[in-house]
Design a protein around this ligand. Structure first.
Ligand SMILES: Nc1ncnc2c1ncn2[C@@H]1O[C@H](COP(=O)(O)OP(=O)(O)O)[C@@H](O)[C@H]1O
Ligand SMILES: [Mg+2]
Length: 430
């Protein structure tokens, strides 16, 4: 809103009392709140304490002159926005360039033409009000933009968690496997430990003090070893330990993939190992492709890139989940050599003068109908049954990739299946 200029306060600084009186009278009559000062220092202190809306400032004054007062006002945060109009006598040669250079917005000459002074004061007050209004609008826009970004971020997060909901049963199954593995091995280990304890206590009771070969003791020992199948026990111990360790690693892998996927990224970019993000997506989806689809990985050396790990994992999970969906359809007659397959290839590509890392995910499924190719990135476009597809996966994925200044491309045909390529710029521009 424009401020009513009748309430604007104007500071006048002039060492000549007659000028000060004249300007004060003229401007007060126009309804401004006028604050007259005969000295630069006094005016400076008053302006810092209570910044006016505009200052009329005489240049030639004893002690500190108008230019110096202006310089100090412009270098202080409290007063740097206040417009300053210099006052100079017609008889003085005014250094106009200097006046503007140090931050003055205009000048008026003595003797005063009141209509001219009034017009200039009014113009600069209006300009200042407009500028202030623009700044406020700008701040509002910035806030709206940041609110919008946050909302968008939350939307992305909601869809991600909804997708995870669908996968939960499969993931629970994936966790259950290694946990069962650990449990069975731990039971075996428990039995082995009991046997070893039995053997040890026999040693303790019979062998610790026995210095000579005692045939009876030896015989008993051998029969005990046989009873507990000592050789087998010793040979299976490392295997049981191994099983437990492997089960723990697999569970940890699933948990850390889930954590990576579920994290709500802030806008800060983190150093990323792209292959570990793809692997996390594969772990999350494992139950959906395991033993049904061949996964072929061709990972190449990648330059380091920065990005949002949770969101990028979401992109790979979306694309891979779509590929799995496409392969679940059994309408294609497959030969032995044409098994269901997803190939993942990473490489470095140049486009224009920018280097990108490219993650190409190809499936030999039924492909995308040509008439749908330009619709698949639209929000809510889906060819899947109700409850199976939200149609948001690719819309969100392309948003995330663009947020990384990257590209998401698709190539699809009946023969070669479908390839989605995620291109993310590497750090340096050539
Ligand atoms: N690999 C693919 N093979 C065949 N069609 C695909 C593939 N990926 C995506 N699509 C098509 O794009 C549509 C939109 O995908 P998406 O945005 O992930 O939503 P949704 O998976 O919920 O349908 C899918 O319904 C499907 O028709
Ligand atoms: Mg999808």
């Amino acid at each position: 809103m424009f401020k009513n200029y009748f309430n604007n306060s104007i500071m006048i600084v002039d060492d000549k009392p007659a000028n000060l009186k004249l300007l004060e009278k003229m401007l007060s009559e126009k309804g401004y709140l006028v604050r007259p000062f005969p000295k630069g220092m006094m005016a400076l202190n008053a302006a810092f304490n209570d910044p006016p809306d505009l200052i009329l400032l005489d240049i030639n004054m004893p002690e500190i002159d108008g230019f110096e007062v202006c310089r100090r006002l412009k270098s202080d945060d409290r007063t740097k926005q206040v417009p300053i109009i210099f006052i100079s006598a017609l008889t003085e040669t005014l250094d106009k360039i200097k006046a503007f250079e140090i931050g003055g917005v205009d000048y008026v000459t003595k003797p005063f033409q009141f209509e001219e002074v009034y017009a200039r004061v009014k113009t600069h007050l209006n300009l200042k009000a407009t500028q202030q209004m623009l700044e406020e609008k700008n701040q509002l826009l910035e806030k709206t933009l940041s609110d919008l970004k946050n909302t968008q971020n939350q939307l992305v997060q909601s869809e991600k968690m909804a997708a995870l909901g669908v996968l939960t049963a499969g993931i629970a199954h994936e966790i259950n496997n290694p946990v069962n593995f650990i449990k069975t091995s731990a039971l075996g280990l428990e039995q082995d430990i009991k046997d070893i304890e039995q053997l040890l206590s026999f040693y303790k009771d019979n062998c610790i003090t026995c210095r000579h070969n005692d045939a009876a003791v030896n015989e008993h020992l051998e029969s005990l070893k046989k009873e507990i199948d000592f050789d087998l026990l010793i040979s299976e111990l490392p295997e049981l330990m191994n099983n437990i360790n492997e089960g723990v690693s697999r569970t940890q892998e699933i948990v850390s993939s889930l954590r990576l996927y579920s994290r709500m990224d802030d806008f800060d970019l983190k150093k990323i190992d792209i292959h570990s993000l793809i692997d996390a997506a594969l772990v999350i989806l494992k139950n959906r492709y395991n033993q049904k689809i061949d996964i072929k990985k061709e990972y190449n050396m990648m330059p380091e890139i920065y990005g949002q790990p949770g969101k990028l994992t979401q992109v790979f999970t979306n694309i891979l989940a779509n590929a799995i969906d496409a392969l679940q359809n059994n309408s294609i007659n497959r030969t032995e050599s044409d098994k269901k397959r997803i190939s993942i290839n990473t490489s470095v590509q140049s486009r224009g003068n920018i280097d990108y890392i490219q993650i190409a995910i190809n499936d030999n499924g039924y492909g995308i109908a040509p008439e749908n190719l330009d619709k698949i990135f639209d929000p809510f476009f889906t060819t899947k049954d109700v409850g199976k597809g939200s149609g948001l996966g690719l819309a969100i994925s392309i948003g995330i990739v663009r947020e990384h200044n990257g590209m998401l491309e698709v190539d699809s045909s009946n023969e070669s299946g479908t390839t989605f390529s995620v291109l993310l710029p590497t750090k340096e521009e050539k």
